[in-house]
Design a protein around this ligand. Structure first.
Ligand code: PRP
Ligand code: URA
Length: 215
């Protein structure tokens, strides 16, 4: 079970040894993009179990080879929404556990000078509001990209929105909580701070570059 952050009650921190072990390898500057992608997907899969814990279900009858009984199934279609680019690298891990999920894409990059989010793409299921949405991005730095992605989903009428990320800065968590106080935020680590270039310290560097080998 993740622990609830003392400072931010809507934030769950995944202090599980397996997740922290893999995260430490991701932080290591010597870790190359191939291993980075594998580990990031593995962590996403481990976190998915808790992120999906209270998804709405409905009961249904099922015939086993022995008897008729009552089971449950997911009540509404879930949409996973990776923020491009880096969020894409958590999708294989999530879809392995969640093959029936739909995938909506939101493209956002940070302006290099201002660190303000710039949206360049959004392709979402037209009926996305009919079920929960899980926004996925490994990095929550200023919180601008995540807050903006949640704005887009709210504009489309989505009511059950969950945020899943790997490493967050306290400044980013605070900003996201301020913008969306009801939003559950799932994170593997809350680091020390942002630096003057709005990078997370200690963080793991530029996630997109490390995932795709573009640095
Ligand atoms: C990174 C990261 C987040 C964003 C976080 O993306 O994947 O989307 O920065 O920063 P914020 O909390 O300050 O908004 P980036 O802008 O580097 O784009 P990329 O994934 O296309 O490289
Ligand atoms: N985006 C990243 O990929 N890393 C950071 O530390 C901040 C924003």
């Amino acid at each position: 079970m993740p622990s609830t952050s003392v400072r931010f009650p809507t934030v769950k921190v995944y202090d599980h040894p397996l997740i922290q072990h893999k995260l430490t390898i991701l932080r290591d500057r010597r870790t190359g993009h191939e291993q980075f992608r594998v580990l990031l997907n593995q962590i996403a899969g481990l976190m998915a179990y808790e992120v999906s814990r209270n998804l709405p279900v409905r009961t249904l009858a099922v015939e086993t080879p022995v008897a008729r009984t009552t089971g449950t199934e997911l009540a509404s279609p879930t949409t996973i929404v990776p923020i491009l680019r880096a969020g894409l690298a958590m999708m294989d891990g999530l879809l392995a556990l969640f093959p029936e999920a739909r995938v909506g894409h939101i493209g956002i990059y940070r302006d290099e000078k201002t660190a303000k989010p710039v949206t360049y793409y959004a392709k979402l299921p037209p009926d996305i509001a009919d079920g929960p949405a899980i926004v996925v991005d490994p990095m929550l730095a200023t919180g601008g990209s995540a807050a903006h992605a949640v704005d887009i989903l709210k504009e489309r009428g989505v009511r059950d929105i969950r945020m899943m990320c790997l490493v967050a800065a306290p400044e980013g968590v605070e900003a996201l909580v301020r913008a969306h106080p009801e939003l559950p935020i799932h994170v593997a680590a809350i680091d020390e701070r942002l630096n003057e270039r709005f990078y997370i310290v200690p963080g793991l560097g530029d996630a997109g570059d490390r995932i795709f080998g573009t640095q």
